[in-house]
Design a protein around this ligand. Structure first.
Ligand code: ATP
Ligand code: MG
Length: 286
């Protein structure tokens, strides 16, 4: 029987769009009609389950799904035994402690003997323990930021990205306790045939990720400066050098990370490079 792997992705929320684009960028085609809970790819042995993100770690550890894409916050909170196969670099956020704006705050000792509302009781309890703080944790499933104003708790522990929700609710962020991004997780006891498909998927994801973090650079340079320029942008094996129609000039093509590009741009210009073009790369296999 031909094997197929099953991946759990968030049905609708802050992980969904980036999870599905990553899969599409891997060349995997599927139909994602509204309201569908399951879908199968037409050109790769993979099936999709669309779920609430809370359920993804459990489905993967139970083997209902072989793979899943979920935030590290949800993964650590649910405390399920799965393998983290890859950090995906999107849905970055942090879990922080916040208190009413007018409160005086010096250190985390502030929370000793206080009550804190959160949807992340495990991560919070672990943090408080590590800091030797004893506080009462109120677990609530949503709208955590209104807890202090309705008298439910004195502080909160919640996801923060820009901080504007906190501000709107008269709160200030005082401690960051956990950093999160989306990760690809896998069941711990996958059969050989499934592992082979997972490897193929990882290979494609790596190619997409590498492509995104690198740029194709083209520039014109006087032949006398070529050595200097090649030293600045060595590329994968070495740059491509093509003669321009104008005598004494060449076009140099190379691949480098965006950071490397910005670090070397002055050096390139000082060496006489001009007409510099930076082009995105879709996939990259080294
Ligand atoms: P579900 O209905 O699936 O349970 P949810 O409401 O629990 O969804 P979302 O708000 O869609 O969850 O967030 C999903 C994940 O995205 C979070 O667990 C977190 O990892 C990440 N995330 C949350 N807020 C942000 C944000 N503001 N910016 C970036 N990533 C975020
Ligand atoms: Mg959720």
């Amino acid at each position: 029987m031909n094997s197929i792997i099953r991946i759990a992705v968030q049905k609708s929320g802050r992980l969904s769009e980036d999870s599905l684009s990553l899969i599409k960028e891997c060349g995997i085609k599927f139909y994602n009609g509204t309201g569908k809970l399951k879908s199968t790819s037409t050109n790769f042995p993979i099936e999709f389950l669309f779920l609430r993100d809370d359920d993804i770690p459990g489905y993967v550890s139970d083997g209902v799904a072989d793979l899943g894409i979920v935030g590290e916050n949800e993964l650590v909170e649910k405390d399920k035994d799965v393998t983290v196969l890859k950090k995906l670099g999107f849905s970055k956020c942090r879990l922080s402690l916040a208190i009413p704006k007018g409160e005086h705050y010096e250190s985390v000792r502030y929370f000793d003997g206080k009550s804190i509302a959160t949807s992340y009781p495990k991560i919070l309890a672990d943090y408080l323990k590590s800091q030797n703080i004893s506080a009462e944790i109120h677990e609530i499933s949503g709208s955590v930021e209104i807890a202090p104003s309705i008298g439910l708790a004195q502080g909160i522990c919640d996801i923060v990205s820009s901080g504007s929700t906190l501000m709107m609710n008269g709160l200030k962020e005082v401690e960051e306790i956990f950093k999160s991004e989306a990760v690809l997780i896998g069941n711990k006891s996958l059969a050989e045939e499934k592992l082979a498909i997972v490897d193929k998927l990882l290979f494609r994801m790596n190619a997409v990720q590498k492509g995104k973090s690198n740029k194709y650079v083209l520039l014109n340079a006087p032949n006398a400066s070529l050595d200097k320029i090649i030293a600045l942008i060595p590329g994968m094996r070495s740059p491509t050098i093509l003669p321009l129609a104008e005598e004494g000039w060449s076009s140099v093509h190379s691949v480098l990370s965006e950071d490397q590009f910005w670090e070397n741009i002055e050096g390139l210009r000082a060496a006489g490079a001009e007409g510099i073009l930076v082009v995105p790369i879709e996939k990259m296999v080294i």
